[in-house]
Design a protein around this ligand. Sequence first.
Ligand code: HEC
Ligand code: HEC
Length: 199
Amino acid sequence: MLKFVLIFLLSGSAWAVSLDSGKEAFEKNCASCHGADNHYPDAPVLYGQEPRYIIHALKQFRSGERVDHIMSSMNQEAFKISEEESRSVAAYLGSQDICDVKNEVSVDKPGFIDTFKAGRALAKERNCAHCHGSFHHKAPRLHGQNKMYLELSLRAFQKDLRKEHHMNRIAKSLSDEEIEKLTTYFNGMILMRDCGPIH
Ligand code: HEC
Ligand code: HEC
C-alpha cells in the first residue's frame, strides 16, 4: 500500500514538473508559430492535440521522414528541444484548451452552414472518426484545426509530399469540393460544438 502511494506521489510530482518545463520550452521555441494567437493559419494548432501524436510528429521531423513543405522550418525547429523536452511540451499542449486559441471561422461567408453540414455528412459517410476520433492508427485530432492547414495537409497527402499510407489513399479519393466541405466542417467544429454554439 505504501509503495503504491509513493509511486503515485512520485509520478504525480514528475508530471507537474514536466508541465511547467513543457510550457517554458513551448513558449520559448514554438509559440511564435503554434501559440494561442494563431498568427500563422497555415501552421497547425497544437492546443488539445493528442500528446503521443505530437511526440510522433516531432520524431518524424527530426528523422526527415516528414518534411515541412509549408514553411520549410519544422525540420530545424524540431531539434530546438531535446527528446525529454518533447515529452513535456507534448504533455503541456495536450492539457491546453483548444477554445483558448484565436481561431477565425468564416461563419459569415455565404453558404457556410450548408458547406459545414455537407462536410459533416461526408465525414460520417467516409468514417474519418474511425481513426481521428480515437487515436486509431495514431491519427491526430482534427476538430478546430486551422482550415488552411487542413487543406494544405490533404494536398500534401494527395501529392505524396507527406506520406502515410491510409491518408495518401484517402486524400487522393477526395475532390476539391469534398476537401472544401470536410475542412469547413472540421475547422468549424471549434465553434459548433467544442467551444459553444455559434449564433
Ligand atoms: C516558424 C514556424 C514554426 C515554429 C517556430 C515551430 N513550428 Fe511546428 N510546425 C510549423 C509548420 C508550418 C508545421 C506544418 C508542417 C507540414 O505539415 O508540412 C508544423 C508542424 C508541427 C507539428 C505537427 C502537427 C500536426 O498536426 O501534424 C508539431 C507536433 C510541431 N510542429 C511542433 C512544434 C514544436 C514542439 C515547436 C517548438 C520546438 C515548433 N513546432 C516550432 C511551423 C513551426
Ligand atoms: C485509417 C485511418 C484514417 C482514416 C479513416 C482517416 N485518416 Fe486522416 N490521418 C490518419 C493518420 C494516421 C494521420 C497522421 C499521418 C501522419 O502521421 O503524418 C492522418 C492525418 C490527417 C490529416 C493531417 C492532420 C494533421 O494534424 O497534420 C488530415 C487533414 C486528415 N488526416 C484528414 C482526414 C479526413 C478528412 C478523413 C476522412 C475523409 C480521414 N483523415 C480519415 C489516419 C486516418
